[in-house]
Design a protein around this ligand. Sequence first.
Ligand code: 5GP
Ligand code: ZN
Length: 113
Amino acid sequence: MSDCLFCEIAAGNIPADIVVEDEFVVAFRDIDPQAPTHVLVVPREHHNNVADLTRDNPELAARVLGVAAEVAQLETLEKGYRVVTNVGSDGGQSVNHVHFHVLGGRELAWPPG
Ligand code: 5GP
Ligand code: ZN
């Protein structure tokens, strides 16, 4: 999808600060970080949200979560971290290409607002 921001980042057409990537998954720093570590993990393949991804390509969903864990290790988040995926307008999703936020480096409030 050429009009999708995260498809363009995953394809290398729009620059991003990439933390780790492989054939299927890209992890890059959020442009507006909400914690000392704030990395977005996305599949290269376009899926609108986690429900679509899991239904249409569960193996890829597992790969994305594996890379989220790898990011936590690379960022040395040994005290803990949070993996979040927002769905739809009530969920706060602003980019309709599934992405997992990896947040850490400080104590995170729970429950979220
Ligand atoms: P959502 O609100 O959909 O859960 O998360 C979208 C995230 O994408 C936001 O945290 C926002 O800061 C981030 N974002 C939006 N545009 C860009 C961009 O061009 N580059 C990067 N690296 N992050 C972006
Ligand atoms: Zn996309």
